[in-house]
Design a protein. Structure first.
Length: 326
């Protein structure tokens, strides 16, 4: 079928991240195939409200004005439970009723950003990944996707009896991080003093800012994440301890959902610093379990190298919810 025959539909995917908001234009063909046409982005700090987001969307240079899109889908860093979404690491909310009014009811979809990451793991975005732990991925078993960036997201893919799958959102990044030896406990107290929060969240530890805070705690150097990254080596204390925290979080979530089918790691922290998930402390902590060490040893772990997994997942979500063409 040709576009002229009306068999191609166009999707605008919007991925709201803690650092960048990304806009993507996808074409959806009659067979359900997605083709990424263009991507643009703006810094999230420059988008301080929903109105500012809509302005940035209208100015996005992706070759598809919002009014010409068959669907617009928003992947957001927060729990999508009702018609107003509170973000985890951004100081404004998303009002879905207002989006419908501005963009057209029936064309607007919204999902958690790591639900989008999980859906993206069933697209071409994960056709090529980097092996961190050996083993064969099994889509007929539960799989998990975990990623540290501005915060830490987690989601699962649950197989269904009809051969399909269900993506499950999670806000595990907002749960309490765990600390054990005296150094870890001292770091937890340090973070508590800095944040003033009643407990230290996984988000606070496994993020770019968490990497900076850990480095400052260990060395006294107050540096931006990029500057810390430039100093990381396998033998640095910062790398070893951050890798341990990352391996612990991956293990705990893998056991929580019994991700025997495999784990995907995404997010900017690992993408920019693969040392942190290749480090021996990551593997040692991931495998540490009094009861299920053998199961963990069989779980393959892959690092996603594609930049636009969440955008592909968001577009797939919209495609699945569009009314089929007659």
């Amino acid at each position: 079928m040709t576009e002229e025959a009306g068999q191609t539909r166009r999707i605008l995917a919007i991925d709201i991240g803690g650092t960048h908001c990304r806009f993507a234009h996808f074409k959806l063909d009659a067979a359900g195939g997605l083709r990424l046409m263009a991507v643009s982005r703006v810094r999230t700090a420059a988008v301080d409200s929903q109105d500012a987001l809509l302005t940035a969307l209208g100015q996005a240079t992706v070759g598809l004005p919002p009014e010409r899109a068959d669907a617009l889908v928003f992947a957001v860093p927060g729990a999508v439970v009702d018609r107003r979404v509170r973000f985890a690491n951004i100081d404004w909310d998303l009002d879905l009723d207002a989006l419908d009014a501005a963009l057209g009811a029936g064309r607007v979809f919204c999902l958690n950003d790591f639900t989008a990451q999980a859906l993206g793991c069933r697209t071409e975005a994960t056709a090529e990944t980097v092996e961190l732990r050996p083993g064969e991925l099994h889509s007929d078993l539960v799989q998990a996707v975990i990623g540290a960036g501005t915060g830490c997201g987690m989601a699962a893919l649950v197989p269904l009896s009809d051969g399909g799958f269900l993506p499950l959102a999670s806000e595990s990044g907002q749960t309490a991080a765990t600390f054990y030896d005296p150094v870890e406990q001292a770091f937890a107290q340090y973070l508590g003093r800095l944040t003033g929060e009643p407990y230290v969240r996984v988000d606070t530890v496994l993020s770019g800012s968490g990497l900076s805070r850990l480095h400052c705690f260990l060395t006294g150097e107050d540096l931006e994440p990029a500057a810390v990254s430039a100093r990381l080596t396998e033998h640095s204390r910062t790398a070893a301890l951050f890798a341990r925290f990352y391996g612990r979080a991956v293990r705990d979530y893998a056991l929580t959902v019994v991700a025997a089918g495999g784990v995907f790691l995404s997010g900017g922290v690992a993408a920019k610093n693969p040392l942190l998930v290749r480090h021996p402390e990551f593997t040692r902590e991931f495998l540490e379990s009094p009861t299920y060490g053998e199961l963990l040893a069989r779980i393959p772990v892959r690092l996603i190298s594609h930049d636009h997994t969440g955008l592909f997942g968001a577009a797939r979500y919209a495609a699945n919810h569009l009314t089929p063409l007659a």
